[in-house]
Design a protein around this ligand. Structure first.
Ligand code: URA
Length: 209
């Protein structure tokens, strides 16, 4: 007979492994970004979430708070999540490709992504979301292993590991770009919500591994 508590046991084990991974990352010195950080910004939210958001790297606000997307971009992310999907940040999981703030908010370098990417891959495997929404060029390119731009990549779902990947603009782009970008982001969030109910693909991902 199937163990009725198996799913709960598995969730508890993955929660413990995520906490262990957070602890491991907290003292990480794999790349030089550790020198300038206030703290590692590991990730936040429900460890068993069906929906995960992935951004680029912490900014100043996130470096100080120790939590991803707490500044202006984060406020917009929270609003779009609530208005288009009907969820709050404690019901999803939010992380970045790179866990320490790059100086002057520059893009993370390839060697920094290579050093840090394993944390994100393990987070995705442990949370095991049905849908991963990548926010902006950087996260989308890193996970899909492409140089195409977000304008070309958005507008569809991609099979990614055991999940769907839905690319959209970074909230900072919507704050800069106004109505058009915002409307496309809203449409992408609706697509992400729909994908939550679609059968998960079973492929290996082409990107970070
Ligand atoms: N931008 C990101 O990509 N991530 C954050 O956590 C904050 C801003």
């Amino acid at each position: 007979m199937a163990d009725p508590l198996a799913e709960l046991r598995e969730e508890a084990a993955s929660c413990t492994r995520l906490a262990e991974l957070r602890e491991e990352a907290a003292s990480c010195t794999r790349c030089s970004l550790f020198e300038g950080r206030t703290q590692v910004v590991f990730g936040v939210g429900d460890p068993g979430a069906a929906l995960m958001f992935v951004g680029e790297a912490p900014g100043r606000d996130e470096d100080l708070a120790g939590e991803p997307f707490v500044g202006r971009s984060g406020k917009l992310l929270d609003r779009l999540m609530r208005e288009e999907i009907g969820v709050t940040r404690d019901q999803v999981y939010i992380a970045n490709v790179v866990k320490c703030r790059p100086p002057s908010n520059r893009d993370p370098k390839p060697e920094e992504v290579a050093s840090c990417g394993g944390y994100l891959m393990r987070q995705i495997d442990l949370v095991s979301p049905a849908v991963v929404v990548t926010l902006g060029n950087f996260a989308t390119r890193a996970l899909l292993s492409t140089t195409d731009g977000i304008g070309k990549l958005r507008g569809r779902s991609y099979p990614y590991r055991a999940s769907w990947l839905v690319p959209t603009y970074h909230p900072a782009a919507a704050l800069r770009g106004g109505g058009d970008v915002m409307a496309q982001m809203r449409a992408d969030f609706v697509r992400a919500k729909r994908s939550l109910h679609e059968t998960a693909p079973s492929t290996t991902d082409p990107g970070l591994s």
